[in-house]
Design a protein around this ligand. Sequence first.
Ligand SMILES: *[C@@H]1O[C@H](CO)[C@@H](O)[C@H](O)[C@H]1NC(C)=O
Ligand SMILES: *[C@@H]1O[C@H](CO)[C@@H](O)[C@H](O)[C@H]1NC(C)=O
Ligand SMILES: *[C@@H]1O[C@H](CO)[C@@H](O)[C@H](O)[C@H]1NC(C)=O
Ligand SMILES: *[C@@H]1O[C@H](CO)[C@@H](O)[C@H](O)[C@H]1NC(C)=O
Length: 333
Amino acid sequence: MTSLFFALVATAVLVGVQAQIVVPSPGNVIQIQPTFRGAFPRTPCLTVFGATNGSALFIQDCSASTEERGFQLTAPVPSIGQIQGQIHIFNTFCLEAPQATNGAKVFINSCVDDLINQEWTWNPNGQIRWAGSQTAIGMCLDLTDGNLSNGNQMQIWDCDPNNANENQIWTSATLLQPLSEIINTAAVTGANLCMAANSSANGSPVFVVPCFDTTARRVWIAPQPGHGNAGSYQLSFGVDGGAPVKCLDVTDGVDAPGTKLQLWDCTEGPNQQFLPAPGPPGNIRWNGISQVFPMCVDLTNGVSTPGNQLQIWNCSTNINQAWFPIPPRQLDI
Ligand SMILES: *[C@@H]1O[C@H](CO)[C@@H](O)[C@H](O)[C@H]1NC(C)=O
Ligand SMILES: *[C@@H]1O[C@H](CO)[C@@H](O)[C@H](O)[C@H]1NC(C)=O
Ligand SMILES: *[C@@H]1O[C@H](CO)[C@@H](O)[C@H](O)[C@H]1NC(C)=O
Ligand SMILES: *[C@@H]1O[C@H](CO)[C@@H](O)[C@H](O)[C@H]1NC(C)=O
């Protein structure tokens, strides 16, 4: 009875993990996530800070720029000595492990065509095998110590032949714009306010809540100026920034101070075009209908009561219009 129970649980867990694995097609720029999440509430992404030789491959919440999180798997090119693919970042840098030792840390170096230490195979079971090990078991990209904390550097480790080591099971996902909380410091209580909503229904109000309030959704996919998506602020109600995703929207596109902000299906229309700059620090400017006098996202009447719906108002340096993206914190959904 007991063993049957555990067998069923183990099967369920394995099926759950398998279902999430997506192997990237060569050439596509994607983000790479561990499938292991435990009770960890953030979305972790493989991240490299700095396009320099020796820069470490870290785990980090998916708030870094798309350049720092965008990986590209290449197809093997036997004519130049590549028996397996490379994993590129910053265009010309490649993931590399130094030697076939358990615990050897993974970093980037300039890509070199026939360098076996830069070659990897992404298996359908989610393991990313390193070509530098000649053993039958092989060595795999491994989430060091199963530690999902920001700044933990990845390593290589003997591949688990049973594919039961969760630290070695990876998935690719659509490269999202950075995930962030968007905070306003107007609250007199000292607790930061977060831009939030608690329903994905069209017309759902966008309001403020204290950032520690986990009942509301407040991890946004923020526009990244200069890197495409100059447009919309998107709020995900799914897992890992996934569907359903709704957009910050000026109700009926009414170009007047006091028009309330809501969520709506993302349309790329003028009601949903915002920019985190230019303007005073923190301004989120609506670039929608009229440019006669610019309108900005505004904490209505400066009221920090949870549920106070946001509005647009003439742009100013008022603290009610100072919004700052910060990486999602531990309490996030
Ligand atoms: C980076 O490393 C590659 C080889 O691994 C080398 O050719 C290149 O000169 C190095 N670049 C710098 C800036 O050190
Ligand atoms: C997890 O990794 C972080 C970043 O390297 C480190 O500060 C922390 O001590 C690690 N935690 C454990 C339990 O090893
Ligand atoms: C969020 O939704 C719940 C359930 O509909 C509602 O009771 C609550 O007041 C909402 N929170 C805010 C801040 O509007
Ligand atoms: C917004 O700015 C315009 C142009 O300066 C001005 O005419 C209008 O009165 C302002 N509205 C408010 C509510 O401040």
